[in-house]
Design a binder for this molecule. Structure first.
Ligand SMILES: *Cc1c(COP(=O)(O)O)cnc(C)c1O
Length: 486
């Protein structure tokens, strides 16, 4: 696509143009280094200031984020994040405090200490480390903690397996494998929860842990999880909780009360941090007192006397990254929690569930719903009806949504749903915007039946049309060269 607006900075401007005028240097020039080290030709874009500003403004307008419109990416909780939290995380007292100056950082440490306590309270798992920088890293920490505990119990040699449901996020089996365990995949039953017969058959003395996502990636609650926890414990295994979907149950349900031993949260999903670009994140781990000694370092402790300090738990699995973790994300989470309070957090999860169910009700006649019934934070439709009857794939439906002005939902995940369309409106969408998204999905279902070719080459209105994604991944063109047609 070569519409004028798509030209790169290199293809704009003219030789000698400058974006700023600076007075001529009046001092004695320093001698240049050896001429052989200098390049004669260095092609840089030469633009006037307005050209430069317009170029970057144009680029920014090609972006689509939650500040531009509905962003219903399932499993990601792409909610609108209050701008106040950005302001607070950017306060000079936080951003200028040097992490190695303990007195200067007292304010930050105090906030982190309170955040640890709040997350401990919200999860019912009082031992908390804020160190992990993402959900996946929180999982790594949690499973390493379990590994260390088993080692100290003298059972690591025989407990080599981790059980993971087939609806799990890919990071769950990846984590278990990275920690040196063998992964056994457990099937999901027709009701969307674990197949309990298969689970019982697998829970024996060779199992280190069972990893359960609650609510799971189908947007459904794991039925009888308390019983599953008791069974896992009776078999000597730990119950790991993937808490990335906390948005659905905030302030209503506590992992510790249900029997989980350790859980990670995704603060960038549930507690207000923009994360569309893939980071930064924070994936704190919350554990029972039994597992507390193994938490990743550092944790924030109260000093004798007064003030706070970073401490290393007795038999810690070690450090995951430098300093305190991603402090900016932690500060946003703290500000979000303090602003809403417990009632506000409960209300937010209630609205998230209401919005997902409203969308489900508006759209369900038009797409298959393999796991029927009310959902929690997200709803997973299937495009198999459209595929079979009209040769239209979920991929086409997702791309067509761009023409209707929406970011596509998550597609082809969870893996157990054929042609999956996983939609999470979140609590921050208004009734009107949920209705608008539903109307677009319904209109696309109609197009699939009547004019399927409209969908095959969608998007039609975006700056870049349908890409050959396999080719783009295998042979990406990442470097400008003269005459390149973007
Ligand atoms: C997002 C997510 C993860 C991984 O979290 P990251 O912060 O992306 O590493 C794990 N499990 C579930 C259910 C998720 O939705």
């Amino acid at each position: 696509m070569s519409a004028g607006g798509a030209r790169l900075a290199f293809d704009r401007g003219a030789a000698g143009r400058r974006a700023a005028d600076v007075p001529r240097f009046a001092g004695t020039p320093a001698p240049l280094p050896d001429a052989r080290l200098l390049r004669d030709e260095l092609r840089l874009p030469e633009l006037s200031q307005p050209e430069l500003v317009r170029y970057y403004t144009e680029l920014s307008q090609r972006n689509y984020g939650v500040d531009s419109g509905t962003y219903p990416l399932g499993s990601c909780t792409m909610k609108y994040n209050p701008k106040l939290n950005e302001l607070i995380a950017g306060l000079a007292g936080f951003t200028d405090a040097h992490p190695q100056a303990p007195e200067e950082a007292q304010g930050t440490l105090r906030v982190l200490h309170e955040l640890q306590a709040a997350l401990g309270e919200l999860t019912g798992l009082p031992a908390v480390s804020l160190a992990p920088a993402a959900g996946a890293q929180g999982e790594l920490a949690g499973v390493l903690m379990i590994k260390r505990a088993l080692e100290e119990r003298g059972e690591l040699a025989q407990r080599r397996r981790v059980l993971v449901p087939d609806s799990a996020h890919g990071t769950n089996p990846a984590t278990a494998a990275m920690c040196g365990f063998t992964v056994t995949q457990l099937p999901t039953g027709a009701d969307g929860s674990l197949d309990r017969v298969v689970l019982a058959r697998n829970l024996d003395g060779s199992v280190a842990a069972l990893m359960v996502t609650a609510p799971n990636t189908l947007g459904l609650w794991e039925r009888g999880i308390e019983e599953v926890a008791a069974q896992a414990h009776a078999a000597g295994a730990y119950l790991y909780g993937d808490g990335a979907n906390l948005n659905a149950i905030l302030g209503r349900m506590r992992f510790g009360d249900l029997g989980f031993d350790v859980v990670h949260l995704n603060l960038h999903k549930s507690f207000s941090t923009p994360h569309g670009g893939g980071g930064p994140g924070a994936g704190p781990v919350c554990a029972t007192p039994e597992l507390a000694p193994y938490l990743p370092a550092p944790i924030v402790g109260a000093r004798a006397g007064d003030g706070f300090e970073l401490v290393r738990p007795e038999r810690s699995i070690g450090r995951l990254q430098q300093f305190h973790g991603n402090a900016g994300v932690l500060l946003r989470a703290y500000a979000y929690m303090r602003a809403l309070g417990l009632d506000g957090l409960r209300a937010a999860s209630g609205l998230a569930v209401l919005n997902a169910n409203y969308l489900r009700a508006l759209v369900r006649e038009h797409y298959d719903l393999p796991y029927g019934g009310p959902v929690l934070h997200e709803v997973v439709f299937s495009g198999s009806r459209q595929r079979r009857a009209h040769g239209v794939r979920t991929y086409d439906i997702a791309k067509r949504l761009i023409d209707y002005g929406f970011h596509p939902p998550t597609v082809y995940f969870p893996l157990i749903v054929e042609e999956a369309l996983m939609i999470e409106p979140t609590e921050t969408e208004t009734r009107e915007s949920v209705e608008a998204l539903a109307a677009a999905l319904v209109a696309i279902a109609r197009e699939a039946a009547e004019e399927p070719e409209l969908l095959h080459d969608a998007p039609r209105s975006a700056p870049i049309g349908r890409l050959d994604e396999a080719e783009a991944a295998r042979r990406p063109v990442l470097r400008w060269s003269p005459g390149l047609d973007p």
